[in-house]
Design a binder for this molecule. Structure first.
Ligand SMILES: Cc1cc2nc3c(=O)[nH]c(=O)nc-3n(C[C@H](O)[C@H](O)[C@H](O)COP(=O)(O)O)c2cc1C
Length: 178
């Protein structure tokens, strides 16, 4: 059982890969009885200014979870700001503890996707306006990677091989910044 909160879809994407039973935190907050029982219960949400969102904290505080394994996955841009420790502190302050909590990031370089190829060919939708405002396209002309390069790094982090890698940003950019 996984509870998710998402603004732009990243956390929902992650949630879909972790469990089949997905429950939206804003929708669950409308219910009066919030007692949940499952072998594993996960909370998946974004990082907002180095914290898990207030709405997610409210949901955790005001719900009961009956489980042997409670975990939290936080998606973020590139600055975790110690959110793992903060979340564990928050859980302790309300008498709970996560069995597993971790935070890592994969930082991509230029990745060959349809959008990247369109940008490269100068075909970015709204490109004229972008040039007017920023004087350049959002196109990074460095060495390219395949999306699978980033996927493999995620696979490593999510597997037993990466289980003790914590709080890291792994650059998968084909040496763009060397
Ligand atoms: C209000 C707000 C605050 C954010 N704060 C951070 C932050 O402190 N550090 C960071 O790395 N990313 C930050 N981000 C980026 C999000 O954590 C990141 O894009 C996340 O994957 C979004 O998840 P979602 O698509 O499920 O909403 C912030 C985004 C928003 C909208």
């Amino acid at each position: 059982m996984v509870f998710y909160f998402t603004a732009t879809g990243n956390s929902l994407y992650v949630a879909k890969h972790l469990d089949d039973e997905l429950l939206s935190i804003p929708q669950e907050l409308n219910k009066t009885n919030r007692h949940y029982k499952a072998d594993r219960i996960g909370i998946i949400c974004p990082l907002f200014e180095f914290e898990i969102p207030a709405l997610v904290k409210r949901f955790i505080c005001d719900s009961e979870f009956e489980t042997n394994y409670f975990y939290v996955v936080v998606t973020y841009g590139c600055h975790h700001g110690g959110v793992a420790e903060r979340t564990q502190d928050f859980l302790k302050s309300i008498g709970r503890e996560a069995n597993y909590i971790n935070i890592n990031a994969v930082a991509p370089g230029a990745t060959v996707t349809p959008a990247h190829l369109a940008n490269k060919a100068g075909e970015q939708p709204g490109g004229a306006k972008m040039l007017e405002y920023s004087r350049h396209f959002v196109y990074f002309p460095g060495p390219e990677c395949d999306p699978m390069d980033q996927a493999n790094a995620c696979l490593f982090l999510a597997s037993d091989m990466g289980k003790h890698v914590k709080g890291q940003v792994i650059q998968v950019c084909n040496g763009a910044f060397l």
